[in-house]
Design a binder for this molecule. Structure first.
Ligand code: ADP
Ligand code: MN
Length: 178
């Protein structure tokens, strides 16, 4: 088995975007509504200590990307997964049927991150990351542009509309499989 899309009967989704854009909020609700398997990569890494080395600049450990992939490959092969992470270029391309990049307006994001306790360089860097659409560009250069979708994530109405959009797309994917 190679883990190609042909071999799974339910779609795999990647939710990515700058920290604070709403990946976890959307991902958990989506998993509940669609009975999918929600996977928070940051939490998995923490739980299994999948780190290598130390980032002096941000004072946090570097993710051991190879071990993360090894850890999650079996479950991703089964399909029906929602993966939540703020970066996207290191995952195997074959894992995903849809890549959604959440986007939030600067002021909004600034306030959310400040509420989370971010300040100084960490806060500025994350807001800049969003202004420069770093994650969107990373997604478009790492996956087929035809599976990458940008979603606005500013208001509860946005979230509701994103839930509907994704639900529709997943249902269409599933019925095309049959
Ligand atoms: P991420 O997982 O991308 O870091 P979170 O899901 O933790 O982001 O959301 C960050 C903050 O923004 C939370 O306080 C959450 O309640 C809020 N939030 C997320 N999505 C929306 C939205 N669509 N509208 C308003 N607030 C949101
Ligand atoms: Mn999160």
């Amino acid at each position: 088995a190679t883990g190609n899309a042909e071999e799974r009967n339910s779609a795999n989704i990647l939710l990515t975007g700058t920290p604070g854009t709403g990946k976890t909020t959307l991902g958990q609700e989506l998993a509940e509504r669609l009975s999918m398997n929600y996977i928070n990569v940051g939490d998995v890494a923490k739980e299994k200590e999948l780190y290598e080395g130390w980032d002096d600049e941000y004072e946090c450990p570097f993710l051991d990307e190879e071990r993360v992939i090894d850890e999650l490959d079996d479950v991703l092969r089964q399909g029906g997964c929602i993966v939540d992470y703020h970066s996207c270029e290191f995952f195997p391309e074959r894992w995903f049927d849809f890549v959604f990049v959440l986007r939030t307006d600067n002021t909004n994001l600034y306030n959310r991150l400040e509420q989370r306790g971010y300040s100084g360089k960490k806060l500025e860097d994350n807001v800049q990351c969003e202004i420069f659409q770093t994650i969107l560009e990373e997604a478009v250069s790492s996956y087929l542009p035809s599976i990458v979708f940008e979603l606005q994530s500013n208001t509860p109405e946005d979230m509701e509309s994103n839930l509907c959009t994704i639900e529709e797309m997943v249902k269409r994917w599933t019925s095309n499989k049959r």
